[in-house]
Design a protein around this ligand. Structure first.
Ligand code: ME8
Length: 515
């Protein structure tokens, strides 16, 4: 497909534990955006993956009694399997241990070095292994047990002294501020943007970008006693996937990224360090970095000690992949924190999916099967009510595009479901079951109009609930090549007389298992 290139990525996950709901949330949201852009004709490239280097991984592997390599080889496939299980349509699953990634990281390093932005010095500071980050004295607190901890994350820090390469980040503050100014959409949502701007305004210090105290990392070119700071290598993943450093690679057309989807906790790395590295290397910087919120279990942060860490694959097994995707995308305004619980998921599933959309499809398609010979009925001369409803459905792509531009995924779903609600009111008001005897032509028109709204809805929900959307469009006999956004509206209406398959329910209700 030769549309305009669109590159979207998730963060790459630390595989030092099994995937959790936060990882699932991020890849589902990015997938919905990727799929929407594909529907809208873009040449999409969508990446996700695992961030496999660093001290934390080395230590976790040591605890497990295996090599870091064996450890990540065991863990990374679980992240990939999760994304596949959640129906995420990534084009590349990048592992930072991939050979092309090591080469890309070293190439980026050399470019920054050639530009005079990397120098060797001595580093001393408070280091948090858990966060893979150094903290300033002013960023620490003393815990009740007397240990020093990073205030922001609560993780323990230790005093570390080592020879280190530095990146001349201090030289980039002005250019970064000018970039934020010139590209108001570069960082979203607004709160994150303000946070980053004030951080950069307060002045930037050079960044320690190598380590000598462990060896599980990408060797620094020309000085293998050092491995790169894991964030240098991690951020590079995005250009590795685009073929860097081979700018003749066909994938390079996708750089710069259109959108990095990441969590709010790592915005600084993506909106400050990453563009500075790229500017130093003479490469274009991404169009947009969006920091989504955190998903909390009944409002609580998940942690192993609280015992509320939920396996996203088991959630998908319990509720179904589409209901899980729908829940996280509809319930949480994208960019804000959200909460999930069994009750909240079941409510959404039964109310929005089973009742509103599922029943409408089931009732109208069953009537068509029984009363219209299993074929798309005839619209006749549309009434004012038919026209009004179709106009609402036809307006959806425009509204959805505008909301997607703001990454308001939840609002797109709200708009679609507002039309579903209107279609339900229409269906109940028109009473096609009564028309069956009194005015069969009018019954056909009502069923036709309803089916045509379901076609528009089916096309539009594909990015969010791909499996169910495909089943709905199959029931309406919509050809696979006629499922793009452009096919919504008068030009591609359902053709009367088209044979339809026997209807079957799309969304079963969730029923509590017997105790
Ligand atoms: O940060 N809710 O990896 P990670 C929503 N390797 N999102 C969450 C979340 C939650 N409860 N918990 C984490 C890293 N996330 C680095 C990224 S990118 C070059 C390197 C998000 O496994 C988090 O914000 O800790 C991040 O975007 C992603 O999950 C991976 O987190």
């Amino acid at each position: 497909m030769a549309g305009e290139p669109y590159f979207i990525s998730t963060a790459i996950s630390y595989p030092n534990g099994v995937p959790h709901i936060g990882h699932a949330y991020e890849v589902i949201a990015a997938d919905a955006i990727a799929r929407f852009k594909r529907l809208d004709g873009y040449d999409v490239f969508f990446t996700t993956g695992t961030d496999e280097h660093g001290l934390k991984i080395q230590q976790t592997a040591a605890k497990a009694g295996i090599s870091p390599r064996a450890f990540v080889d065991d863990m990374a496939p679980r992240f990939r399997a999760m994304a596949e299980r959640l129906d995420c349509s990534f084009d590349r699953f990048i592992r930072t241990t991939d050979a092309d990634h090591i080469a890309a990281s070293q190439a980026l390093w050399r470019r920054m070095e050639q530009n005079g932005d990397i120098y060797l010095a001595k580093y001393a500071g408070w280091y948090s292994v858990r966060d893979e980050a150094y903290y300033d004295e002013s960023e620490l607190v003393t815990a009740p047990d007397g240990s020093r901890r990073a205030e922001k994350t609560g993780t323990p820090v230790e005093w570390v002294e080592e020879e280190s390469y530095f990146f001349r980040l201090s030289a980039y503050a002005e250019r970064l501020l000018a970039h934020y100014e010139a590209h108001p959409d570069f960082i979203g949502p607004e709160t994150r943007r303000n946070e980053v701007v004030s951080f950069v305004r307060s002045g930037l210090q050079d960044l320690s970008v190598s380590r000598t105290t462990f060896d599980w990392g990408v060797p620094v070119p020309g000085n293998p006693a050092h491995v790169m700071y894991v964030w240098v290598d991690a951020l590079t993943n995005y250009i590795t996937s685009c073929g860097f450093p081979d700018e003749a690679d066909p994938r390079w057309r996708h750089w710069p990224a259109d959108l990095h989807v990441i969590g709010k906790d790592i915005i600084r790395f993506h909106a400050v360090y990453w563009p500075a590295f790229l500017l130093s290397a003479g490469l274009p910087v991404p169009e947009r970095v969006f920091g989504h919120g955190f998903l909390l279990n009944k409002g609580e942060k998940m942690s192993k000690s609280v015992g509320n860490v939920v396996d996203p694959v088991s959630l998908a097994d319990t509720y179904g992949v589409d209901p899980l995707r729908y829940f996280v995308l509809r319930e949480v305004p994208f960019g804000q924190d959200g909460s999930y619980s069994h009750e909240a998921i079941v409510n959404r599933l039964n109310a929005d999916l089973a009742n509103d959309l599922g029943n409408l499809a089931q009732r109208s398609l069953t009537m068509i099967a029984r009363n219209c010979g299993g074929q798309v009925p005839r619209p006749g001369e549309p009434s004012a009510a038919d026209r009004a409803l179709l106009a609402l459905a036809d307006a959806l792509p425009g509204k959805a595009r505008a909301l997607m531009q703001d990454l308001a995924l939840h609002a797109v779903l709200a708009e679609i479901w507002a039309v579903v609600a209107e279609a339900n009111r229409y269906f109940a008001g028109q009473e096609p079951w009564s028309l069956r005897k009194t005015d069969p032509a009018r019954m056909e028109a009502v069923l036709y109009t309803t089916a045509e709204v379901l076609r528009a809805v089916g096309i539009l929900v594909q990015p969010f609930i791909p499996g169910a959307a495909a089943r709905l469009l199959d029931l309406l006999a919509v050809p696979v090549e006629a499922r793009s956004l452009a096919a919504i509206g008068p030009g591609d209406r359902l053709a009367p007389g088209t044979a339809l398959p026997a209807p079957s329910p799309i969304f079963p209700r969730y029923v509590e298992p017997e105790a």
